[in-house]
Design a protein around this ligand. Structure first.
Ligand code: ZN
Ligand code: ZN
Ligand code: ZN
Length: 376
């Protein structure tokens, strides 16, 4: 379902209010997740500048290359009644943005630029506004994007169920004698078949490769007794991401310590999910995941944060990490993904997406979390 016009209108209004509160004259948003959040379009125009100029008060304007203009007719942009400022190849689009900001006077103009804005555009805007000051749009928009409405939670649940269906079929592809790359190619195709527009990432880390959390795939042949970390996800047509890890074993694991360590990992993942509630902090959830792993003497093997927010980006705020005292609120969605990594030997991770509800957490992924023993 496309985002409703009412939702987009209220997001634009709230973004303007937050911009005002932040003491910023305008948000400058190029194509990416922020633009999709605010206007319901991707608007990609490569090296040419497309930029939403959203002033703290007054009418928003979309600066757009002339050749991209017709493509907007069938998008919410037409219905939102945005001002459009077209520019043609050979003209200076940064000067156009500066002219739109001109009404804020000749003093330094404080703007907030989309976090993922290409450096070419950041510097182009800086040159056009030499006295201006740039800050990151996430300071204004992350608090909005973190709090998902019911339609967004439904979209994340749809994505989670789609990736659950891929994990449910893992035995079809993950077999002894095949390479991680062969397995990964089949999994990537299934990610699309099961309801995503693309496979954003496919990690198949067999044996020692499982000890590298962001391993990709390789030509390593899956062996009997291998523990295999499979971390997969992608965007659905609505733009919301899935991200789910399960750990498999090719028959009984070759290493004797797998079962005990895995039990610790499962306890850690459960403890972190149980710690999620409105009013608690992100860092307390991270500490809850770390507790059982540290107690088992494996604290040094859990080498990353416990989780990350998810939505129109696969990694976004809130980050579930030590030092983040952000107070959790209903509607926040993030991963809970502790891992144990034994370099040169094996690794394991369990990852679910959860949403903060009125009293705790709702898990969006439902596949069993036990070590999945596959036939050899
Ligand atoms: Zn990751
Ligand atoms: Zn993740
Ligand atoms: Zn993941």
């Amino acid at each position: 379902m496309p985002t409703s016009l009412d939702t987009l209108t209220s997001r634009l209004t709230r973004a303007q209010q937050a911009t005002q509160v932040a003491g910023v004259a305008a948000l400058l948003i190029t194509p990416g997740p922020d633009l999709r959040y605010l206007l319901g379009v991707s608007g990609a125009s490569h090296e040419r500048l497309t930029c939403l100029v959203l002033p703290a008060d007054g009418d928003p304007t979309l600066v757009v290359p002339a050749l991209e203009r017709p493509g907007l007719d069938s998008t919410p942009v037409a219905e939102l009644g945005l001002e459009i400022a077209e520019w043609t190849d050979g003209e200076d689009p940064y000067g156009l943005v500066a002219a739109l900001l001109g009404r804020f006077g000749s003093g330094p103009v404080r703007t907030a630029v989309a976090d993922a804005m290409p450096a070419a555009h950041v510097l182009g805007l800086r040159a056009a506004l030499p006295a201006g000051e740039q800050t990151l749009a996430s300071t204004v928009l992350a608090p909005l994007r973190m709090r998902k409405n019911s339609a967004e939670i439904a979209a994340l649940a749809t994505a989670a169920h789609a990736i659950d269906r891929v994990h449910a079929r893992m035995e079809e592809w993950l077999r002894v004698g095949r390479t991680e790359a062969q397995v990964g190619a089949d999994v990537a195709a299934a990610i699309v078949v099961e309801g995503h527009t693309a496979a954003a990432f496919v990690i198949v880390g067999a044996g020692p490769h499982g000890a590298s959390p962001h391993h990709d795939v390789s030509d390593r042949v899956v062996q009997p007794g291998d523990v295999v970390v499979v971390d997969i996800g992608g965007p659905t047509p609505e733009g919301y991401f899935s991200d789910c890890t399960r750990t498999y074993s090719m028959g009984e694991p070759a290493d004797a310590d797998v079962a005990d360590c895995y039990a610790v990992l499962q306890a850690a993942q459960d403890a972190a999910v149980a710690a999620v509630a409105p009013g608690t902090t992100a860092e307390r959830v991270d500490a809850a995941a770390r507790g059982p792993i540290t107690e088992a003497g494996l604290g040094a093997q859990f080498i990353h944060r416990t989780g990350h927010g998810i939505g129109l980006e696969v990694h976004e705020q809130p980050y579930i990490v030590a030092g983040n005292d952000l107070v959790l609120e209903p509607g926040m969605a993030f991963s809970i993904e502790p891992g144990i990594y034994l370099p040169g030997r094996w690794g394991a991770r369990i990852e679910d997406i959860v949403v903060v509800n009125d009293s705790g957490a709702t898990r969006l992924n439902h596949r069993p979390r036990e070590l999945a023993i596959l036939p050899v």
